[in-house]
Design a protein around this ligand. Structure first.
Ligand code: ARG
Length: 464
């Protein structure tokens, strides 16, 4: 549709000369917003049907437009679609091709509509589809975590605080922590989707329109709950993208934590897990190496996802109502972050499913670092009726003694124990093993194998 001088027929006659080449480059969004083609065409079809139903355009024109839009979609999907930067964006490309196919009737499609409400509608639809896909991927990740948690409900591992051995936990319990985080991620996406699901179409450029349109009809046809209530807000709001990006950012932060744990756990110093061949790489110079690249990249991609959120927040900051071209900068960061987070979730689910757990190394580590010291203090409280603060002190002395002897708490003799606290009996040794420690943590939300199995079952039911 660009004429020989580069001026753009869709803008009409006011522009005699064409834009400078550099203007065209900064202005055009077709390179990236072509990703909105399916949403753009769906919204145009809904708009067209509404224009016919309200008598704003003739049925024959409506049919021609509808058929033409189907053809444009087929051509795009067949990879048979000419890109012309002079046509700026996907909206003008679709309309221009439509005009070539159906002739004059195409010019009636843009009645009672502007690219401002059009792009707001298309982008909402795209973000909504993306939220739905990401939610499904996160559900799959939860299933992967639950399968492994069930398998390892009783697998002992050291629980850490400050990355120092703190108390023994079960590996299943550790994995369930990520099921909870993922559930909150899904909850945030669901919240965002609920607020997003209003249709801007019919807000026109910014003020609404004088045509007798039926906004409820287009909203319903596109699966929205209702039309947006303020035309100025509708064309200038990008909260839906920002909410998606913030939910994606937090999700990425969660994934980065598990990724970091996989990096640490798969190291030679830990050897808690081995990543499968499919999720690790070798080194070109060090034959022994197996690198956790996928985990490292998940850890790193958090940067670009959070970066996208920041980029769009900065684009929107201080923008006067209503639409400004600044808002065209909403798409690239959103697309990039959506691609990155989807890739990370899929790779994490794959790694979790594939990884081999080294139960022996985990159990051995679980017993190091006086990990059952808290159990000893609790025993003193429960059996000798000691105030916890004093029991903490007594246990500290026993840890010190074990350190001097170069042994674990469980290896101290009863005589040694009694030299610190005379009331201690043989029964104390029962609570000093890692198994007993973990089994005793039966409080709601605790790490004991029976609680883990219950929680896995409850989650499976919830997700079914
Ligand atoms: N490509 C534009 C964008 O993504 C479409 C809206 C253009 N509207 C306008 N008044 N120039 O924001």
């Amino acid at each position: 549709m660009a004429d020989g001088n580069g001026s753009n027929k869709l803008w009409g006659g006011r522009f005699a000369g064409g834009p400078a080449a550099i203007m065209e480059r900064i202005n055009a969004s077709i390179d990236f917003d072509r990703r909105l083609y399916a949403q753009d065409i769906a919204a145009s079809k809904a708009h067209c049907a509404m224009l016919v139903a309200t008598g704003i355009i003739a049925a024959a024109d409506g049919e021609a437009i509808d058929r033409g839009l189907d053809q444009v979609k087929a051509e795009i999907e067949a990879g048979d679609f000419a890109i012309d930067p002079a046509l700026e964006d996907i909206h003008m490309h679709v309309e221009a091709r439509l005009a070539q196919i159906v002739g004059d009737a195409a010019g009636r499609l843009h009645t009672a509509r502007s690219r401002n409400d059009q792009v707001a509608t298309d982008f909402r639809l795209w973000v909504r589809d993306t939220i739905d896909d990401l939610d499904a991927a996160l559900a799959d990740l939860q299933h992967a975590l639950l399968e492994r948690a069930e398998e390892h409900a009783a697998t002992l591992m050291p629980g850490f605080t400050h990355l120092q051995v703190a108390q023994p936990v079960t590996f299943g319990h550790h994995l369930l922590a990520y099921v909870e985080m993922t559930a909150r991620d899904r909850g945030r996406l669901a919240d965002a989707r609920r607020r997003l699901n209003e249709c801007p179409l019919g807000s026109a450029a910014l003020a609404g329109t004088s045509f007798p349109i039926d906004r409820r009809m287009t909203a319903a046809a596109l699966g929205f709950d209702r039309p947006t209530a303020n035309s100025l807000d509708a064309v200038s709001d990008r909260d839906f993208a920002l909410e998606f990006l913030s939910a994606a950012s937090l999700c990425a932060v969660h994934l980065s934590r598990l990724a970091e744990e996989l990096v640490v756990w798969s190291s030679a110093q830990f050897r808690f897990v081995a990543l499968s061949d499919s999720f690790s790489t070798g080194s070109s110079i060090m034959p022994q190496k197996r690198n956790p690249d996928a985990a490292e990249l998940i850890r790193a991609k958090t940067g670009r996802i959070v970066g996208a959120l920041n980029a769009l927040l900065m684009v929107m900051k201080g923008l006067p109502l209503a639409y400004s071209k600044d808002m065209q900068e909403d798409k690239e960061p959103t697309f990039d972050a959506a691609d990155a987070v989807a890739l990370c979730v899929a790779a994490m689910a794959g790694m979790v499913r594939d990884l081999t757990v080294n139960d022996a190394a985990m159990a051995a580590a679980a017993g190091t670092g006086f990990a059952t010291a808290t159990d000893l203090a609790d025993w003193l409280v429960q059996n000798l009726n000691m105030p916890f603060r004093r029991a903490h002190h007594v246990t500290g002395s026993l840890v010190k003694l074990a350190e001097q002897r170069g042994c674990d708490l469980a290896d101290l003799s009863l005589a040694d124990m009694r030299s610190v606290e005379g009331g201690i009996t043989e029964a104390v040794f029962d609570v000093l093993t890692v198994e007993r420690s973990v089994a005793s943590r039966r409080s709601y939300g605790g790490t004991s194998p029976e609680r883990v199995r219950e929680t896995v079952a409850a989650w499976k039911e919830r997700l079914a």
